[in-house]
Ligand binder design. Structure first.
Ligand code: AR6
Length: 284
C-alpha cells in the first residue's frame, strides 16, 4: 500500500477514481467541483442528476460514484464535505466520514487507486492543518481496518502550497520489515488470514523482525532449511510511528540488523501492520 502526496490538478490524475469535493445537490459548483465537471464533461452531470432523482442528493460525509467522463480517471467519487461553522467536533467527524466513506465505496467497487483533493478547505473554510491531519489519519485507519483492501494506492493531491506543506509535515512513514519463518509459524500466520504473527510461546520472550531481506534469507537458508527441510521469508509493512519506540539492534555483520519486540507487545505490533503479511521467498 502506498500513500502519496503530489501538488497539482486532480483532473489530470490517472487513478481508478478521483474524489470530488461536491455539495449536497450534486449539481456542480466552483472550486475543484467546477474543475472536475468542466474537464469531465456532461456525462458526469447526467449521472449526478440520475442519482439525485433516485436518492435526492448526497448528505454531508457520504459519497456517491459516477463515471469520470472525459477524464483519465475511470470514476469520480462525489463526497460532500462539512462547512466549517457550528459544532466543530461534529464537523471533524463529518470530514473523516468523507474520506472513510469514499474509500469504502472505492473498495466496494474493487478499485485499486484513489486520489483525494483537500476536501472542505476551500469555499467551506475548514482549517487546512486540521483537515490534513483528519485526511491522513482516516486513510491510515481505513487501511488498518481493511487489511485485504483492493486499494493499493491513495494519493493526496494538493492544489495550493499551504495545503501541500501541511500534508508534507504529517505524511506517515511506513517501514517494511522481514522475518524468516518455519512451516509451523507460516501455517499460524495463514490461519489469521495473513494479518498477524502468532503469540509467542512461553520460552520465546522476544519477537525478532529483521530490517533487510538478505538477513532474513540467510537465517531461513542456514537454520530453517537444515532443521525443517524448508524455510520461508515473509515481509510486512509497519507504521514507523510504532517502530520509533524501539532501537535497531546490530547483532554482528553489516546486514544483521533486527528489532527486539517483547512478546507482550507483539499484539500491539500486529495492530500496526498495514495491509497483510506477504510470503516472499521459499527455500528448500
Ligand atoms: N485539483 C485539486 N484541487 C483543487 C482543484 C483542482 N483542480 N481546484 C481547487 N482545488 P473547494 P470545498 C482545491 O472550494 O471547500 C464547490 O462549489 C482547493 O485549493 O473546491 O469542499 C462545491 O460545489 C481547495 O484546497 O471545495 C461545494 O459547494 C480544495 O480543492 C463547495 O465548493 C477544496 O476547495 C465545496 O467546498
Amino acid at each position: 500500500m502506498k500513500i502519496n502526496l503530489i501538488q497539482g490538478d486532480i483532473t489530470k490524475i490517472n487513478t481508478d477514481a478521483i474524489v470530488n469535493a461536491a455539495n449536497s445537490s450534486l449539481l456542480g459548483g466552483g472550486g475543484v467541483d467546477g474543475a472536475i465537471h468542466r474537464a469531465g464533461g456532461k456525462a458526469i452531470l447526467d449521472e449526478c442528476v440520475a442519482i439525485r432523482n433516485k436518492q435526492g442528493g448526497c448528505n454531508t460525509g457520504e459519497a456517491v460514484i459516477t463515471t469520470a467522463g472525459n477524464l483519465t480517471a475511470k470514476f469520480v467519487l462525489h463526497t460532500v464535505g462539512p462547512v466549517w461553522n457550528g459544532d466543530k467536533e461534529e464537523k471533524k467527524k463529518l470530514l473523516a466520514n468523507c474520506y472513510f466513506n469514499s474509500l469504502a465505496l472505492a473498495e466496494s467497487k474493487k478499485l485499486t487507486s484513489v486520489a483525494f483533493p483537500n476536501i472542505s478547505t476551500g469555499i467551506y473554510h475548514f482549517p487546512k492543518d486540521k483537515a490534513a491531519a483528519i485526511a491522513i489519519n482516516t486513510a491510515v485507519d481505513f487501511i488498518k481496518a481493511n487489511k485485504h483492501t483492493t486499494i493499493e494506492e491513495i494519493i493526496f493531491v494538493c492544489f495550493d502550497e499551504e495545503n501541500y506543506n501541511f500534508y508534507l509535515n504529517q505524511m506517515p512513514v511506513v517501514v517494511t520489515l522481514y522475518r524468516p519463518v518455519n512451516q509451523a509459524e507460516l501455517n499460524l500466520i495463514e490461519e489469521t488470514g495473513w494479518e498477524k504473527f502468532p503469540p509467542r510461546l512461553p520460552d520465546q520472550p522476544i519477537f525478532y523482525p529483521v530490517t533487510n531481506e538478505a538477513y532474513a534469507n540467510q537465517i531461513s537458508k542456514e537454520w530453517n532449511v537444515p532443521a525443517y527441510g524448508v524455510g520461508y521469508v515473509v515481509a510486512f509493512d509497519l507504521s514507523a510511528n510504532f517502530l520509533s519506540k524501539y532501537t535497531i539492534e546490530n547483532v554482528g555483520g553489516e546486514i544483521h540488523n533486527e528489532y527486539w519486540i517483547p512478546a507482550e507487545e507483539l499484539e500491539e505490533m500486529n495492530e500496526n501492520i498495514l495491509g497483510t503479511i506477504r510470503l516472499i521467498n521459499t527455500f528448500k
